[in-house]
Design a protein around this ligand. Structure first.
Ligand SMILES: Cc1ncc(COP(=O)(O)O)c(C=O)c1O
Length: 300
């Protein structure tokens, strides 16, 4: 790996496993743990580092000096990329979905302050950008520019996600993760032991297409996984009083912070499914905390 990436990773915290201490879980004879990738780094937290690490290494090995990527006005991915770009001395360009807002979001302000060039693209053009799925496929890419598709969804991202799985040193039955593009889920499915079930929770409404997209990303077909589509709460980044109350209650009980776009919905879903006897008594579930807490500022 590139020495600058090794140096950066050395500054990271350990992602520990936290057991959720809740009498309700005991009542259903379920053990619930969280893999705390949110603790890795204040900015490059959660699945962001996992997904960026090997793509950035690839970009640096090619001599790239600019990374271009895409995301929304609250994008955790662009936020992490802008920060890492600054640390590594790389120029970063963020293609941001939608019109330039009158006042930049806190996420965009951070990105700008770390030197990312923001280019606002119409929603229809943004959708078109999704077709460029490999690092060299963005049209008009200049020499030394490297393209990272939405959410950092390159095949190399799976290699970083695999490391998250390999750090789990206790046996477990079910691994849960929130899904946007499904890249993190794919990396997890690829890496878990044969007997483990993997459950992804879609943050988007009408995300039925994700199953086929994730299947294509896998290095070999597996049948130990599924994507639950029932807990989007009306759509991406939509929330309601019930979800907010759950998050607040969970945070009070555990001192683990959740955000409402990904991890809050996943944990709500896990608790709801436990209450519906979806899991077998005696099972140990691990839910991956994919970070993204900076995005919570959009809901203040
Ligand atoms: C906090 C958080 N969790 C989960 C996800 C979903 O990850 P993926 O796009 O790999 O499915 C994202 C988006 O990248 C995210 O920001």
């Amino acid at each position: 790996m590139h020495p600058e990436l090794i140096k950066l990773e050395k500054t990271f915290n350990r992602s520990i496993l936290t057991k959720i201490d809740d009498p309700l879980l005991a009542q259903y004879q379920i053990e619930l743990w969280m893999k705390r990738d949110d603790l890795l780094h204040p900015v490059v937290s959660g699945n962001k580092w996992r997904k960026l690490k090997y793509s950035l290494d690839h970009a640096l090995s090619l001599g790239a000096d600019t990374i271009i990527s895409m995301g929304g006005a609250y994008s955790n991915h662009l936020h992490a990329l802008a920060y890492v770009g600054k640390v590594l001395g790389l120029k970063t360009i963020g293609l941001v979905r939608g019109e330039q807002p009158e006042a930049l979001t806190p996420t965009l302000l951070d990105m700008q302050s770390w030197g990312m060039e923001l280019r606002f693209v119409s929603r229809s053009d943004y959708r078109l950008l999704r077709q460029y799925k490999d690092w060299d496929l963005l049209p008009n890419l200049k020499p030394r520019q490297y393209w990272l598709p939405e959410g950092g969804a390159l095949g190399l991202a799976l290699k970083g996600v695999e490391e998250l799985v390999n750090e789990i040193e206790i046996p477990y039955d079910v691994l849960c993760v929130p899904c946007g593009t499904g890249t993190t889920l794919a990396g997890i499915i690829d890496a878990v032991p044969e007997q483990v079930s993997v459950l992804g929770f879609a943050a988007l409404k009408n995300a039925g297409f994700l199953t086929a997209e994730v299947a294509v990303m896998l290095s070999r077909p597996r049948n130990n996984w599924r994507i639950n589509l029932d807990y989007h709460f009306g759509g991406f980044a939509k929330t309601n009083a019930e979800l907010s109350a759950f998050i607040e209650g969970f945070e009070l009980k555990t001192t683990i912070t959740l955000e409402p776009v990904y991890t809050g919905k996943m944990m709500y879903a896990v608790y709801d499914l436990i209450g519906k006897h979806y899991f077998k008594p005696g099972q140990r579930i691990i839910a991956v905390h994919t970070g993204g807490l900076q995005g919570k500022r959009g809901f203040g």
